[in-house]
Design a protein around this ligand. Structure first.
Ligand code: ZN
Length: 143
């Protein structure tokens, strides 16, 4: 059976600084380059949320998109928009890389989307940087 899916696009603006206390100041500069600037910098983040599943293309079988929009607004956009990501409690022990951000957004959404319908979360950080995560279960199911 084919699998349909739909992807919704969301946006938020946030600041961050790539820095880890596990490295020295010099090592941080080498690893993260200008993103380690102590004053931080901002991005216009784009979040792509894909939901779907077996038979999802048929009416009534995917999550209601208004409900998805509400979940993303409450769990993601209101949490991160016009904030400093480094101040978010989840980033107290993790660096605010795109890889970690897309994982966190997945974790914040996966319990809110019914029936394993969350298929993929992607974050566009800059013109050239794109991160995506499909969850360990769905990766296993594809192989
Ligand atoms: Zn950055």
């Amino acid at each position: 059976m084919g699998q349909g899916s739909i992807t919704r696009r969301y946006r938020f603006c946030a600041a961050h600084r790539l820095h880890t206390d596990h490295l020295s100041a010099e090592e941080n500069r080498v690893v993260f380059g200008k993103c380690n600037n102590p004053n931080g910098h901002g991005h216009n983040y784009v979040v792509l949320v894909t939901i779907g599943g077996p038979g999802a293309a048929r009416a009534g079988q995917t999550m209601d998109l208004d409900a998805l929009d509400r979940v993303v607004a409450e769990r993601i956009v209101s949490r991160f928009d016009h904030r400093d990501l480094n101040q978010d409690p989840e980033f107290a022990v993790r660096t605010t890389t795109g890889e970690n951000l897309v994982l966190l957004i997945w974790d914040l959404l996966v319990t809110q989307v019914p029936g394993g319908q969350l298929k993929k979360v992607a974050v566009i950080e800059t013109r050239d940087n794109y991160f995506e995560y499909t969850g360990s279960a769905s990766v296993a199911a594809r192989s």
